[in-house]
Design a protein around this ligand. Sequence first.
Ligand SMILES: Nc1ncnc2c1ncn2[C@@H]1O[C@H](COP(=O)(O)OP(=O)(O)O)[C@@H](O)[C@H]1O
Ligand SMILES: [Mg+2]
Length: 342
Amino acid sequence: MPELASKQTPPSEASQKDATQSRPSSAGSPSATGAPQYVITAENLTKRYGDVAAVDGISFSVPAGEAFGLLGPNGAGKSTTMKMIGGVSQRTSGNLTIMGLDPDQNGPEVRAHLGVVPQQDNLDEELKVRDNLLVYGRYFGLPMSYLKPKADELLEFAQLTDKAKSKVDALSGGMKRRLTIARSLINEPRILLLDEPTTGLDPQARHILWDRLFRLKEQGVTLILTTHYMDEAEQLCDRLIVVDKGKIMAEGSPASLIREYSTREVLELRFGSERNATVGAELEGIGERLETLPDRVLIYAHDGEAALEEVSARGLRPVTSLVRRSSLEDVFLRLTGRSLVD
Ligand SMILES: Nc1ncnc2c1ncn2[C@@H]1O[C@H](COP(=O)(O)OP(=O)(O)O)[C@@H](O)[C@H]1O
Ligand SMILES: [Mg+2]
């Protein structure tokens, strides 16, 4: 086994100190001393572009092995946060440590711990698929004797073995995304940053990708991912922060956020575009809360079927009705009054 870039840095004293100084939290796997070991801590992390606070004083900690999500709409500050973690964008203020290291002070060391999948694929279109992995590995100073078998292993993992000799521009969007993920794993990182890993992919391609990310999680890789897909956040994240306009609106597991901010079920009613806005008064008192959207009315209730019976009992006849479980979309709507994807 060759020496890997990611293993050249022994766990620093700073990281030990950081873990024990962190505020107590129920999250995280306990270390020998019983304190959670955080691989990332952000305190009041802020990034300004002129007058715009792209990231406006956010704080969070991520224990090793967790799948941690940043869920928010376009412009929320997700990519800016990822770039600061990845050490490619300097913060304006606040504290940030990755494995106990400050990415602004120890850029190369921090990057050696990380795999990065940026929002836009930046593969070398001129090179063949396998060569993309080899050339990238050379940036880390990894020897060919290590890189060649590793590239083959990663192509297998990314289900791209039969594309090894293809040009990158011949790949589908989903294949390019998987190749970018394979490339990010070349240095066996313990932390993987994924900025909108599945945006723009069709459902089948997304599911293949989710499956690969699950496997990495099973191997103990810490996943930090951004998304504006609530189903992706629910599928992949152990814990997440809901971000909007550079600020954290809520934090927790998908289930706990839904418990805290929504009801167990939601009854969706469509009365036709003319009536949705006016029917609200007639629905008053059904369920715990009512939300009127342009195309439908949402009734938040513990028991959606019972709520629907009450709607019928009042003589109201919606064009369509649907009872579903609450989702993170409902949480976001509750917190911001807006839909995640406009
Ligand atoms: N390089 C930049 N210069 C100026 N403004 C920027 C820059 N990068 C991002 N922003 C602004 O910061 C905010 C957050 O952007 P971003 O982090 O890309 O959001 P997200 O990834 O959640 O869509 C947006 O208002 C965006 O316009
Ligand atoms: Mg972004």
